[in-house]
Design a protein around this ligand. Structure first.
Ligand code: ADP
Length: 582
């Protein structure tokens, strides 16, 4: 199993412009709901402006010596508009929630599609923990914001704009005075925002590392137990938890500075308006009612501003989450589009070199090989010679670090995952049986296959006898019913169903007993008649049955020919064969 180095191979994170574009893209997907939301919210905000204005009118009328019934009428109108505002706001929130839910569903679907399209080597290098954290913690954070915060934020934003416009329209001087009083919020929020994004990104990364450490421990539980590594794993997890705690304390610290300074700034506009209003009133520039209305507008502004600022923090953290979710799109952009169409199925390696990363030694040192379509090629050689690495290059999981590996003239690793899977499949000893029935597990490879096809695929790999013993046949639940041999046969049956042009078997029959293995390999060969099969072989009967044999030693192919040629050549293969048959 490959190890992962999360620091050097973490999945990318979308930058600010890309995150912003993603946000706009999500807003644009549902334009009608968005326009309805804007319309209803604007109506609600407009009805909210009436009450303070009417209050100012009452003050002016009382000052001018009006009747009680006139004041009563104005008071009644205030009540009516307040009720209208409440109803419209509730309606706007309903539309907003619906909008948020739909956007969340789309983000989830997009994430799943992108995760499935990731190249295998990217997922292996980044570690499944990072991907899992993005798919769970981050998508949930974005979802929470979309569901809960975004509708309220939108309404609050529209209310703020309307209130500021109304106060300026009422009296520009008073309006400006109020805005001046509000100015203190700006530096406080800017101070916070500048620090918040990196702090929340660090927090997200730290969460991923905790998930990574825990999932690695769970996945390797047996090995850890066997080698007594429990203490070591506990230390690793503790370190990750400490880093996560430090990151959380940092974001908490930022919040504890932001909130008190903002609270103070809320009182200022009304104070400044009253102060400026008293001068203007004394100079006969405004009526008392106008001052009251303007001060009320600025008092009223506190509610939507508070909503916005309460959510700024959530917006920051979910912005960082969205950047991590959208980061998967960046991986996808690195993969060339499906422009390359292989011309035929000839696989060629030209002085292919490979090393797992820049700091580790080269594993393949210039391998030249042409695999002819339809041939059966066995690759043999001592452990560590680079056979599995060669298989990964042939399967397009890793691109060569030098030279070329092509299928039908185009680089294998440059193919889009869907095209690649149609051409080449790699079966190793590692395979996964999913929770579900035999049928579910097989249909992963061929969603439209009927029972007849499923049965003949199982028969092709010698699994039909145990299938008949299963109580419910194809409907049998596989939760814990399969042994290693059966699981491996099921994985091979999947490959028969997927029917790629080229099949690479990397010790794919290692878990079967020698007789079953040989039987299975021959049965597979019978089904895959015109397909290319490259078998990494640890049992030499596989090589004996193959059209050609390649011998790998120390990252090079040292011998290539038919079994008989190589035995006659009396080289390394002949020696291996003699010792095996002795
Ligand atoms: P074989 O299949 O012939 O036993 P491999 O291809 O598995 O050989 O390994 C060839 C060399 O590459 C070995 O030295 C091995 O340690 C190294 N290697 C294999 N996998 C990795 C990996 N994921 N990261 C770094 N080195 C690796």
């Amino acid at each position: 199993m490959s190890t992962t180095t999360p620091e050097s191979a973490a999945l990318p994170i979308a930058d600010r412009p890309a995150t912003r574009r993603a946000m706009v893209r999500h807003l644009r997907r549902d334009p009608r709901t968005f326009l309805a939301l804007l319309a209803v919210t604007s109506l609600a905000a407009a009805s909210g402006l009436v009450a303070p204005w009417l209050l100012g009118r009452i003050v002016d009328e009382v000052q001018a010596g009006t009747t009680v019934s006139a004041v009563d009428q104005l008071a009644l109108a205030i009540g009516v508009f307040a009720a209208v505002e409440i109803l419209l706001t509730r309606w706007a929130r309903l539309i907003g929630f619906r909008f948020g839910e739909r956007a969340l569903a789309r983000i989830r679907e997009e994430f799943t599609d992108r995760a499935l399209a990731l190249p295998t080597s990217t997922v292996e290098r980044a570690g499944t923990g990072d991907l899992t954290a993005r798919g769970t913690t981050d998508v949930t954070a974005v979802g929470k914001t979309l569901r809960e915060a975004a509708p309220d934020l939108f309404i609050a934003g529209v209310q703020t704009a309307f209130l500021i416009a109304a106060s300026l329209a009422l009296d520009p001087l008073l309006g400006l005075a109020g805005l001046l009083g509000l100015a203190g919020i700006v530096p406080a929020v800017r101070w916070y925002l500048r620090r918040a994004r990196p702090a929340y990104l660090t927090e997200g990364e730290a969460n991923s590392q905790v998930a990574e450490a825990l999932s690695a421990t769970a996945a390797g539980a047996r090995t850890i137990e066997l080698y007594g590594l429990a203490g070591h794993r506990t230390t690793v997890t503790e370190n990750e938890l400490t880093a996560s705690r430090t990151a959380r304390l940092r974001t908490l610290g930022l919040r504890s500075v932001l909130f008190p300074s903002v609270e103070l700034s809320y009182c200022m506009p009304a104070v400044v308006v009253l102060f400026a209003g008293s001068f203007l009133y004394a100079a006969d520039a405004v009526t008392l009612g106008t001052v009251v209305a303007a001060a009320t507008y600025f008092r009223q502004l506190v509610t939507p501003l508070d909503t916005i600022l309460q959510h700024v923090e959530q917006l920051q953290s979910s912005g960082a989450s969205l950047a991590r979710v959208e980061g998967l799109a960046a991986v996808r952009e690195e993969i060339p589009a499906d422009r390359l169409v292989p011309d035929g199925d000839r696989i060629e390696l030209r002085t292919a070199r490979f090393s797992y990363d820049t700091s580790s030694p080269e594993v393949l040192h210039g391998v030249d090989l042409t695999v002819r379509p339809g041939e059966r090629l066995a690759v043999v050689g001592p452990s560590g010679a680079g056979k599995s690495t060669l298989a990964r290059l042939l399967a397009g999981i890793e691109p060569p670090t030098g030279g070329e590996v092509t299928v039908g003239g185009v680089p294998i690793a440059g193919l889009a995952p869907d095209t690649l899977r149609r051409h080449i499949a790699l079966v190793t000893q590692e395979h996964h049986i999913f929770l579900g029935t035999v049928r579910d597990n097989l249909r992963i490879a061929a969603p439209d296959a009927d029972d007849g096809r499923l049965r003949s695929a199982l028969a092709a790999v010698g699994a039909d006898d145990w299938l008949d013993d299963l109580l419910d046949g194809l409907d049998t639940d596989l939760a814990s019913n399969l042994n290693g041999t059966q699981a491996q046969q099921l994985a091979l049956a999947r490959v028969v169903l997927a029917d790629p042009h080229t099949l690479i078997l990397d010790e794919a029959t290692a878990l079967l007993d020698p007789r079953t293995a040989r039987h299975t390999e021959r049965a597979l060969a019978a089904v895959l008649t015109d397909r290319t099969v490259i078998a990494i072989a640890h049992r030499l009967h596989t090589a004996h049955d193959a059209d050609r044999v390649a011998v790998m030693e120390g990252g090079r192919i040292t011998e290539l020919g038919t079994h008989d040629e190589l035995v006659a050549a009396a080289g390394p293969y002949a020696a291996l064969w003699r010792s095996w048959t002795a």
